[in-house]
Design a protein around this ligand. Structure first.
Ligand SMILES: Cc1ncc(C[n+]2csc(CCOP(=O)(O)OP(=O)(O)O)c2C)c(N)n1
Length: 391
């Protein structure tokens, strides 16, 4: 790594100060996929009048939009978490680097060696530095003192101008100070905000669905609070709680459902579903006979602090156009009951969009060991001759 300030920095940056420094270098827009480590920065970015906030649906899109803006002589800074680096690598490696498009990246580092974090961040935490080095992207830790931060931005500018390559500033936990009062985040389209039209919480909907679903039902849950809330409602060995692999729950569920072994439901977030929107196309076209894709639509990334998602997505209406066997959209417990009954009697891929509020009281983390979650589900679904032992 070009430069490091080491773990345990005591200072923290004021998000407005960093945004001012970005504006002074002519960055008028920030394209981001949220991370809780970046919450204070994104919160301010989404509120400032002088900086446009572009909620990207995935990290590769954020990089591509910033690259596109460069062709038009504009500067867009990308903010994202290192778990999205894999997604961003494609446009970084096959667009920015070969074409010589400089893009400034602010990448929060989960799973930094020497710090405590969740196990699904281990691999990227250990390898982010090496991956950036290997692909040829200069990078440095973002210092957490104001003068050091400005200096680091200047160095990034010099390096991008010299090499015409992306440059990455790595952001560690606590690098940004929380504002005095956390601001409620406004979505891009406030008039269409799903949470304004519902009083049903995601946890409540999950509890209700869990009661209604048969015990043999496999449920795959997306990363973040959805997994935690299903666990809090009551664990079952048929539940696959995904932490990480954001956006992949739909396809994982589809993979299980296509085996025809069990009924499968996926509990997805709107942000996660958007990240791999193509899965809706694949599910609609699939031969899965018992697959229910539930999307909790709250118009934001609740699990990382409520940052707005791109637009307001009509998931059920879209799924219907795509050819799902059945779809429904609901915004209250009574509507959920009717919608669930309607869908339960239909064979084929089904999509249930539930408009929910954000949850003010987060459930605790799922305390299970990840390979055990996998092993116990495999033991139930896979034929005995393919049995696996715990790694
Ligand atoms: C590739 C990737 N990018 C970003 C994150 C950080 N992250 C974890 S949960 C989450 C928000 C999920 O939002 P959504 O799917 O809408 O569900 P909600 O929390 O609103 O229920 C984000 C952005 C991640 N885990 N992986």
């Amino acid at each position: 790594m070009d430069r490091t300030i080491g773990p345990g920095a005591t200072e923290a940056l004021d998000a407005d100060h960093v945004i001012d420094a970005l504006l002074a270098r002519d960055y008028r827009e920030m394209a981001a996929v949220p991370c809780s480590y970046l919450k204070p920065l994104l919160e301010r970015a989404a509120h400032r009048e002088d900086l446009r906030y572009f909620p990207a649906t995935c990290e590769g899109e954020a990089v591509s939009v910033a690259a596109g803006a460069w062709f038009a002589g504009r500067r867009v800074v990308v903010a994202m978490q290192n778990s999205g680096l894999g997604d961003a690598l494609n446009p970084l490696a096959s667009l920015c680097l070969p074409y010589g498009v400089p893009v400034l990246l602010l990448v929060s580092v989960r799973g930094e060696p020497g710090t405590r974090d969740e196990p699904h961040h281990d691999v990227m935490g250990r390898t982010t530095d090496q991956i950036l080095t290997d692909v040829g992207i200069s990078h440095a830790w973002l210092p957490t003192d104001p003068a050091g931060c400005v200096e680091a931005l200047d160095e990034a500018e010099r390096e991008m101008a010299r090499a015409r390559r992306p440059y990455c500033l790595l952001v560690r936990k606590g690098a940004f100070r929380d504002g005095p009062t956390p601001l409620p985040l406004q979505p891009t389209a406030p008039d269409q905000l799903p949470r304004a039209t519902t009083t049903l919480s995601r946890a409540e909907a999950i509890r209700w669905l869990r009661e209604r679903m048969p015990e043999e039902q496999v449920v795959v849950t997306t990363t973040g609070l959805t997994s935690r809330e299903l666990y809090a409602a009551g664990d079952r060995a048929t539940y696959l709680y995904l932490s990480g692999s954001m956006g992949c729950a739909g396809a994982v569920g589809l993979g299980i459902a296509r085996s025809g072994r069990r009924p499968v439901a996926v509990f997805d977030g709107d942000g996660a579903a958007l990240m791999r929107f193509g899965t809706l196309v694949s599910a609609a076209a699939s031969e899965a006979t018992d697959f229910l894709h539930v999307i909790f639509n709250n118009g934001c990334y609740d699990s990382t602090g409520g940052q707005p998602i791109q637009g307001s997505v009509p998931f059920a209406a879209t799924a219907e156009l795509l050819g799902y066997a059945a779809t429904a959209c609901c915004a209250s417990l009574a509507e959920l009951q009717a919608a669930y009954d309607k869908l339960a009697s239909q064979p084929g891929p089904r999509l249930l969009e539930i408009k929910v509020t954000t949850d003010p009281v987060p459930a605790p983390r799922v305390p299970l060991v990840l390979p055990e979650i996998a092993t116990r589900l495999h033991a139930q679904l896979a034929p005995p001759e393919t049995a696996v032992t715990a790694p």
